[in-house]
Write a protein that binds this ligand. Structure first.
Ligand SMILES: [Zn+2]
Length: 453
């Protein structure tokens, strides 16, 4: 058992900040939360936490990349469709290294839990290696992770029937998916209990009906995560009147076990359906802004009864910063209708993330995971906390009651070296990358993407 003696505490996004609170933790979970008593201070297992202790933040949609993909691949004037093609020209980096740095950056930003979507076209062995790398990076840092293996079996760069002039090599056949999932399950079962597995179509419009059927049949108890209605083109992708959302629903892939990312282009009846089914929508305001896919009117989600979460989509720049993401959500709301408040966006980043990942976390309460962040903050309200905080304020991070941040000077040095190594790989490849992306784009026609059906 451990007792944390918190100088100040915010139990949950909608609470008041309280002074001198004790949190008792056993086996990774919170046993009790109460005012500090005299006997608490005398305990040998007591740990004093000066500053403001709050629930750990949850990044509910990430690709666990350490540098924004957009930095490598977004060229001036490029449309979203072209950018998705350009992504295929990105500099290949050692994935383990990339994931490790991304996981450390998450910790540095006060993130105790992530939902990671793995989107690749590798063969079975490569995909298992990617999953192992993500698991290893999360285990090494202690960040709690729901790792989603994403599947597609259709062209992502041209509507069905149209030729995009470009198709990535697809290494795994539909028939292999169930066997691959068994192996993925085994990998996660052998990992630490902070790691869980989920599945999903990378996006439903990029999966055939047969593929969605296979996923639904193989799902078992696993959670589902996917990109949904990110751009208006994707919403209308199949051109047959059935939206990607409707297809997911038809295949039984929506429910309280599911979360969907972006949801920029959702209509009122669709929001009502998602609310009724208990699906969480992960708002990615910064990513939506830099990809130019439109602005999600999130107060409409709340009005419909949907629980939003918050995700950085591995696009935060220059560094992962969930407080900046919360402020981006407020800024987007200001441009849409101005109805979101700081307490809402903090709730998205905590309890919303818990809903998106199906974890008992997001608040400091008995029975919940002891996932805590300690900030050097003099904020006296949630509004001040959201407007003033950044990763530089993060003093300590605990996951399941275990201290994960700060790292030792030696560990930080090693991470810095890895970061430099990655930057060098990316910058040395700059000219080749430009020409790869140029070649991909010269083969690609926007007509096949936006027009032909
Ligand atoms: Zn994404």
């Amino acid at each position: 058992m451990t007792v944390f003696l918190c100088e100040r505490m915010l139990r949950s996004a909608d609470a008041e900040i309280e002074p001198n609170m004790a949190v008792t933790v056993e086996a990774g979970r919170i046993l009790s939360v109460a005012a500090i008593a005299e006997q608490d201070r005398a305990r040998v297992d007591a740990i004093s936490l000066p500053g403001l202790t709050m629930p750990g933040l949850i990044d509910a949609h990430t690709h666990l990349r350490s540098t924004p993909a957009i930095e490598q691949s977004k060229l001036p004037g490029l449309e979203f469709a072209q950018w998705t093609v350009a992504l295929n020209g990105m500099t290949p980096v050692p994935q383990r290294l990339d994931a490790e740095v991304a996981a450390v950056e998450a910790l540095r930003a006060g993130v105790t839990g992530v939902q990671v979507i793995l989107h690749s076209f590798g063969d079975r062995q490569q995909r298992l290696a990617e999953l192992s790398d993500a698991i290893a990076a999360l285990e090494q840092t202690g960040v709690r992770g729901l790792v989603v293996v994403g599947f597609t079996d259709q062209a992502e760069y041209a509507r069905p029937g149209a030729d995009s002039g470009f198709a990535p090599h697809r290494g795994m056949l539909l028939e292999e998916w169930p066997g691959f999932l068994d192996q993925a399950r085994a990998l996660v079962a052998a990992a630490s209990d902070t790691i869980s597995l989920a599945i999903g179509p990378v996006a439903p419009q990029w999966c055939s009906d047969q593929a969605l059927e296979v996923l639904a049949a193989a799902r078992g108890e696993l959670r589902v995560h996917t990109h949904l209605h990110e751009s208006d083109t994707h919403r209308e992708w199949l051109g047959d009147g059935e939206t990607p959302l409707a297809r997911l629903h038809r295949h039984g892939l929506l429910g309280s076990f599911a979360s969907v990312a972006h949801g920029v282009h959702l209509h009122g009846d669709e929001l009502a359906l998602l609310a009724e089914l208990g699906v969480t929508i992960v708002h990615c305001p910064n990513s939506n802004e830099c990809l130019g896919v439109g602005q999600a009117a999130v107060s409409g989600w709340l009005a419909a009864g949907v629980q939003p979460a918050l995700g950085m989509d591995s696009q935060a720049t220059p560094k992962a910063d969930m407080f900046a993401e919360m402020r981006a959500a407020l800024e987007t709301s200001r441009l849409c209708d101005g109805l979101l408040e700081p307490v809402n966006v903090l709730q998205f980043a905590t309890l919303g993330g818990a809903a998106a990942t199906g974890a008992p976390s997001g608040e400091i309460a008995p029975g919940k995971f002891a996932d805590l962040v300690v900030l050097a903050s003099s904020a006296s309200t949630v509004a001040e906390l959201v407007s003033e905080s950044d990763p530089g304020d993060v003093r300590a991070v605990f996951v399941g009651g275990a201290a994960r941040w700060p790292l030792s000077a030696q560990q930080l040095e090693a991470v810095d070296a890895r970061t430099v190594e990655l930057q060098q790989i990316v910058s040395l490849d700059s000219a080749q990358r430009q020409s790869r992306i140029g070649a991909l784009l010269s083969n690609f026609t926007l007509e096949s993407y936006g027009g032909a059906r």
